[in-house]
Design a protein around this ligand. Structure first.
Ligand SMILES: [Zn+2]
Length: 164
């Protein structure tokens, strides 16, 4: 259990997509404000995308931001550690980063690489993964890490028949 976090993560407004001020979000998490962190967090909050470090590096470059790939890597790690972004594995095992930290799962298309958010179903008021975790802990006495569930498959675009 981590009790060090001074404030819970800023809730994402589900109406009107009010992007939180990255400076305040960083400060609330006891993170030193730095330009790279604000740029990275700002992009993720604004775009609400799933990005790899390389993808983010290229997107920021296109916006005229001058961050090196290693700076992007480093700061994504810091933000993930603070719970401001969530790291997860894509179809081929590479890391992606997600500004949506609410419980949800990913379905990854193995043809196109498209990633879709799927809300976590709840059982007894708990997100599915948490429910499984607690059920296994109760049955075994183990301290079980939160399971990471992800799904792969074919998106509708990739299911089109090949014939002409
Ligand atoms: Zn997601």
């Amino acid at each position: 259990m981590t009790e060090a976090t001074p404030n819970p993560p800023a809730p994402r407004g589900d109406d009107g997509r009010e992007a939180a001020d990255p400076r305040e979000v960083l400060r609330d998490h006891g993170l030193r404000y730095s330009a790279p962190r604000e740029i990275i967090l700002g992009y993720l909050l604004e775009e609400n995308k799933h990005v790899s470090a390389e993808g983010l590096y290229l997107a920021l470059k296109q916006r005229g931001e001058n961050l090196s790939l290693s700076t992007v890597y480093l700061n994504l790690g810091v933000l993930a550690e603070a719970g401001l972004v969530r790291e997860f594995k894509g179809a081929s095992g590479q890391s992606f980063y997600d500004s949506n930290v609410a419980p949800h799962y990913h379905v990854v298309c193995r043809e196109t690489g498209r990633i879709l958010d799927v809300p976590a179903p709840t059982i007894d008021g708990k997100p599915l993964a948490r429910f499984l975790q607690e059920a296994i802990e109760a049955a075994t006495g183990w301290k079980v890490d939160e399971p990471r569930l992800s799904f792969s498959g074919l998106s509708p675009e990739a299911q089109r028949p090949d014939d002409d």
